[in-house]
Ligand binder design. Structure first.
Ligand code: PMP
Length: 861
C-alpha cells in the first residue's frame, strides 16, 4: 500500500495540477506520453512490478519490462538494498565527505576490478554518459589521439562529449563538435573496421557496446570484436567497452565481453550498478594504462559518495553466480518463446535478438498492411510506441522501444522474472502480433483515449510538433511517381469529419462517431501529412499534370477548436509540413483546402520555399458564381428582382462572391458572425458594394431568393426553417453548413454544391471522404491543376480573392476545358446521390520530411 507523503504529491485537482506541472517539465514528451496513453504516475515499485491507481483509486499492477533502461536487474526496491539504504541513513554515514579517504569507493573499486577479472584503476561518476566522458578524456590524455572509432547505431549517452559517439542523427544534430573526431564503422564489418584504423591518423580509442542496446539490441560478432582488439593493440590505443547496459550479469556473464573472448582496456559500467536505488557509474582502466594525474584533473562533486558506493557494493554481492545463471536461463526461455512467436507471425516480427535478459523484438514496418492507421504509424515511426500503449493499457505490461531504433521493443526484465511473467509476456505479444497481422487498428487503439477522457483538457496539446518525420521508401509509391507526368500539382486537404476515418479505415465503420472523433482528437498531436495516390489529369490542350493529394489527418472540428482557442500554431505547422512534403514530391504548385487555407490566412502565413501556392479560392468563387447564374437562368428568376443573401460574407470566398454577384441583384444581405473581426470586415464590405445591408441573425437568411452559403461551421447551423420557399441555395462550405436530409424535406429548394468543377478528361480521383462524382473536383483542386497547366509557380493567388484573380482563373479554365459541374447539370442535390466514397484500402503512406500550404471552401474567421 502506498503511503506517499512526499513533497506536494497530492492536491485537490489532479487534472489542473498535471497541466500546470507540464508547463514546466518536458511538455513535448508529456504530450507524446499522453497521446500513447502511457502517461501513468506510478506510486510504488516492487520486484518486477510497478503500481499505479486507476480513476476509482484501485491499485493497478504493471509488469515492468522497461526495467529502468536496464538499471533494474534486481527489480524495484530489492529488500536487501532497501535495508542497506536504511542502515546507511540510520547510522548517519556521511554521503559527502570529499577530500577524505572514501572507504566505500575504494572497496567498490577493488571489488569491480576483481569481478572484471583484471587489474584496473576505477573512477566513479553519476551516470552512464559521465562514465563515457571520463573514459574519452582519459583516452585522449593517454594516447594524445584526436579521434575515436565507434559503431553505426551506437548509443553512449547524451552529454556533449559522449554524444559525439552516439550515432543517431536526431540526438546529435545541432550538437556536433569539431573535436574529438569520430569515424564510424558498420557493426561486424571487419573491412570497414580495418579501413577506419587505416584512415584515422591519430586514434584515441575504439568504443563499442558488446550488444548495441539502444540501437536495437544487436549483439556483435566475436570475430569482429577480436579483430578490433588486435587493431587497438597494434595501434596502442585502448579497446573501450561500454557495458553500461550489458554489464553486471544481465547477459549471462558478469561482463558481456567475457563471451566475446576479449579483455577490454577500459570498461564503463552504470545502470544496474546502483541496484535501482543509487545513481552511479564506474570506469575501469587497466592499471598499466592509467595516467595518475587524471585523479586530480577529473573530479565530480557527487561521484564517490558513500551512499551510492555502499549500495553498489551490496548490489555486487547480490549479483552472484546463481543470479547470473538465472539471467541466462530465464532469458533463454523468454527468447525461445519469442522465436516461436516470430515463427508464427513472420509478417509482423522481423527479428528476435539479444542475450540473457537483454532482448529486442523487432517489428516489421507495416507498409502494406490493410490498415491505413498502421501504415501511417509505420511511416511516422510511431508503430511500436502504439504497441507500448496497447501493452500497458490492455495487458498491464510496460515495454518501450529502444531509443535509437523505434521498431525494436526492448524487453529487459529483472533477474527475478519467473515463468508466470514470461507466459504473461508471451500471451500479450501473441495478441499484439495477431492484431497487427490482421490490420486490426480499431482493436489496437481501442484503449485510446485511456479512460475515455479527451485530451482537449490539456493546455499543451498544441505545442509545436517535432519538425522531422522519417521518410519511408515505399516501392509502390515510387513506381507510381515514375509513370506520372513531370509537372505535378498538390492539394492539401484534411479529414472533414470522423466519417472520413471510416473511409480510410473500414474497421472503424461500426464505431460511434464520437468515439472516432475522440480518437482523432487524441492523436492530433502526432499526425503528419500523408501523400495519397496521385492521378494524371488531362487538359483539352493535351497537356497532363500529376495531381497529388496530400492528406493531413486532422478533422475540421479539431481545427475549429484550435481557432476558437486562438491556438493555431500546431495546425499551421502541419500545413507547412504538407507544403514541404509537396515540394519533396516534386510538385510545382500547392493548393489549400478547407481549413488548411483558413489557418494560414489563405496561404499568406506559409513559407512557400520555392513552390507556387494558391488558396484555391479564386476558382471556387468563379464556379459558385457561375452555378448561381446558371440556376437563375434555368429557373427564370431574374437577379434584378432577387434578394441575394451571402452567409459567411466576412470570409474570403463569401466576400468575393458578394462582390461579384451583388451588382446584379436587387439588394444584398451580408450575414456574418458576431466576432469583432468579422463585424468589421462586414461593415467595410457593405460600404463597398451597392444596395447591401448586414446582419448577424441567421433567421434573416429567409429573406433570400438566392442564398450563397460559405461558412466554416462544423455543426451544420442552417436547417430547413432558414430558407424562403423556392429559394436557390448554393453551398460552398465543406463540411456542408446545411443540415442533412434537406434535399428531401425541402424539395421546393434548389439546393446544390457550388465550387465544383468538371474535369475535361473526366478522371476519377477516388478520394475517400470527399463525396465527388467521377470527373468532378472542388474548385481548389481545379485551381492547382489550372495553375500547373499554365506554369504558374508563384504565390499570386494567396490572400484575399480579387475580381482580377477570379477573371484570370476563369480564362485559364476556358483554355483547359474546365467547367462548372453544378452549372452543367440541372442541380446536384446535396445528399446520398453524391458518389459514395471509395475506400483507400491500397493507399500508400508516405510521410517524409516536412510541411505544407492552403485552400478553402469555407469562410475565413
Ligand atoms: N551507454 C550505454 C550503452 C547506454 O545504454 C546508455 C543509456 N541507455 C548510456 C551509455 C548512457 O547512460 P545514462 O543515460 O545514464 O547517461
Amino acid at each position: 500500500m502506498n503511503t506517499e507523503t512526499g513533497p506536494a504529491m497530492m492536491t485537490s485537482n489532479p487534472t489542473r495540477d498535471a497541466e500546470s506541472l507540464e508547463r514546466h517539465f518536458k511538455p513535448r514528451l508529456q504530450q507524446l506520453l499522453r497521446a500513447l496513453g502511457v502517461d501513468v504516475a506510478y506510486e510504488r515499485g516492487q520486484g518486477n512490478h510497478l503500481y499505479h491507481r486507476d480513476d476509482q483509486g484501485r491499485e493497478i499492477e504493471v509488469l515492468d519490462l522497461v526495467g529502468g533502461y536496464g538499471s533494474l536487474l534486481l527489480g524495484h526496491a530489492h529488500p536487501a538494498l532497501v535495508a542497506e539504504a536504511q542502515r546507511l541513513l540510520a547510522t548517519g554515514r556521511p554521503v559527502h565527505a570529499q577530500g577524505s579517504r572514501r572507504e566505500y569507493a575504494a572497496r567498490l573499486a577493488c571489488e569491480l576490478s576483481r569481478r572484471a577479472s583484471g587489474d584496473y584503476c576505477v573512477l566513479f561518476g553519476n551516470s552512464g554518459t559521465e562514465g563515457i566522458e571520463a573514459a574519452m578524456k582519459h583516452a585522449l590524455l593517454e594516447t594524445g589521439g584526436r579521434a575515436f572509432i565507434a559503431l553505426d547505431g551506437a548509443f553512449h549517452g547524451k552529454t556533449l562529449g559522449a554524444l559525439q559517439l552516439t550515432a543517431h542523427p536526431d540526438y546529435r544534430e545541432s550538437f556536433e563538435l569539431p573535436e574529438p573526431g569520430v569515424v564510424r564503422v558498420a557493426p561486424d564489418s571487419i573491412e570497414d573496421l580495418e579501413a577506419a584504423f587505416e584512415r584515422v591518423k591519430h586514434p584515441a580509442g575504439f568504443v563499442f557496446e558488446p550488444i548495441l542496446g539502444e540501437g536495437g539490441v544487436r549483439p556483435l560478432n566475436p570475430e569482429f570484436v577480436q579483430r578490433a582488439a588486435r587493431l587497438c593493440a597494434e595501434h596502442r590505443i585502448p579497446l573501450i567497452a561500454d557495458e553500461c547496459q550489458t554489464g553486471l550479469g544481465r547477459t549471462g556473464r558478469f561482463l558481456a565481453c567475457d563471451a566475446l573472448g576479449v579483455r577490454p582496456d577500459y570498461v564503463v559500467l552504470s545502470k544496474a550498478l546502483g541496484g535501482g536505488l543509487a545513481k552511479i557509474s564506474a570506469v575501469l582502466i587497466r592499471r598499466e594504462r592509467y595516467v595518475d594525474t587524471f585523479d586530480l584533473r577529473h573530479t565530480s562533486t557527487f561521484a564517490e559518495d558513500d551512499f551510492s558506493c555502499a549500495l553498489a557494493l551490496k548490489t555486487l554481492e547480490l549479483i552472484d553466480e546463481p543470479l547470473i545463471a538465472s539471467c541466462e536461463k530465464n532469458g533463454g526461455e523468454l527468447m525461445a518463446g519469442l522465436r516461436g512467436l516470430a515463427a508464427r507471425h513472420p509478417e509482423v516480427i522481423a527479428g528476435v535478438r539479444g542475450r540473457g535478459l537483454m532482448i529486442g523484438l523487432e517489428f516489421r514496418r507495416m507498409t502494406s498492411s490493410r490498415s491505413f492507421l498502421l501504415r501511417f504509424l509505420t511511416a511516422q515511426e510511431d508503430l511500436v510506441w502504439m504497441v507500448m500503449g496497447y501493452l500497458l493499457n490492455v495487458h498491464r505490461i510496460r515495454a518501450a522501444p529502444t531509443l535509437s531504433d523505434r521498431f525494436t521493443l526492448r524487453l529487459e526484465p529483472s533477474a527475478l522474472i519467473g515463468d508466470r511473467e514470461i507466459q504473461q509476456t508471451l500471451a500479450a505479444l501473441e495478441d499484439v502480433c495477431a492484431r497487427l497481422g490482421r490490420g486490426d487498428a480499431p482493436g489496437l487503439t481501442a484503449f485510446l483515449p485511456p479512460g475515455g477522457s479527451s485530451p482537449t483538457a490539456s493546455g499543451n496539446r498544441l505545442a509545436r510538433p517535432d519538425a522531422r518525420f522519417a521518410a519511408h521508401d515505399e516501392p509502390g509509391y515510387r513506381r507510381r511517381r515514375l509513370t506520372t507526368p513531370a509537372v505535378a500539382a498538390s492539394w492539401l486537404c484534411h479529414l472533414v469529419d470522423s466519417e472520413d476515418l471510416a473511409s480510410l479505415e473500414p474497421g472503424f465503420v461500426d464505431q460511434p462517431a464520437d468515439r472516432r472523433e475522440a480518437l482523432l482528437e487524441h492523436l492530433a498531436t502526432r499526425v503528419a501529412p500523408v501523400a495519397m495516390n496521385p492521378v494524371d489529369i488531362r487538359s483539352i490542350t493535351g497537356a497532363r499534370v500529376r495531381f497529388q493529394p496530400i492528406l493531413i489527418p486532422f478533422t475540421s472540428r479539431w481545427v475549429k477548436q484550435c481557432i476558437d482557442a486562438r491556438q493555431t500554431s500546431l495546425p499551421r505547422a502541419l500545413v507547412q509540413k504538407g507544403v514541404d512534403l509537396a515540394r519533396s514530391l516534386d510538385c510545382r504548385i500547392v493548393s489549400l483546402a478547407q481549413y488548411t487555407s483558413i489557418v494560414t490566412f489563405n496561404g499568406l502565413r506559409l513559407d512557400a520555399r520555392g513552390l507556387g501556392v494558391t488558396s484555391g479560392n479564386s476558382y471556387s468563387v468563379a464556379l459558385a458564381a457561375q452555378a448561381v447564374e446558371h440556376a437563375q437562368r434555368d429557373t427564370g428568376i431574374s437577379p434584378r428582382e432577387s434578394v441575394l443573401v451571402v452567409v459567411g460574407a466576412a470570409g474570403n470566398i463569401g466576400r468575393a462572391c458578394a462582390e461579384l454577384l451583388a451588382p446584379h441583384h436587387r439588394r444584398t444581405l451580408l450575414v456574418g458572425s458576431t466576432r469583432p473581426g468579422s463585424r468589421l470586415r462586414l461593415r467595410e464590405l457593405a460600404r463597398r458594394i451597392p444596395r447591401a445591408s448586414l446582419t448577424t441573425d441567421l433567421d434573416a437568411v429567409a429573406e433570400g431568393d438566392v442564398v450563397m452559403v460559405a461558412l466554416n461551421a462544423v455543426d451544420a447551423p442552417l436547417s430547413e426553417r432558414h430558407f424562403k420557399p423556392g429559394a436557390i441555395v448554393c453551398d460552398v462550405s465543406v463540411p456542408s453548413a446545411l443540415q442533412a436530409g434537406m434535399a428531401k424535406s425541402r424539395p421546393d429548394l434548389r439546393l446544390f454544391h457550388g465550387g465544383i468543377a468538371a474535369l475535361p478528361g473526366g478522371e476519377d480521383l477516388g478520394l475517400a471522404g470527399f463525396p465527388l462524382p467521377r470527373g468532378q473536383v472542388y474548385g481548389c483542386m481545379a485551381e492547382a491543376l489550372l495553375l500547373a497547366f499554365e506554369g504558374v509557380r508563384d504565390s499570386h493567388f494567396t490572400g484575399s480573392v480579387t475580381t482580377e484573380h477570379v477573371s484570370r482563373v476563369t480564362a485559364m479554365a476556358l483554355r483547359h476545358g474546365f467547367t462548372s459541374a453544378s452549372a452543367g447539370r440541372a442541380f446536384t442535390h446535396i445528399g446520398p446521390d453524391m458518389a459514395p466514397p471509395t475506400p483507400f484500402a491500397d493507399m500508400p503512406c508516405f510521410v517524409p520530411d516536412i510541411e505544407a500550404r492552403e485552400e478553402t471552401h469555407a469562410i475565413a474567421y
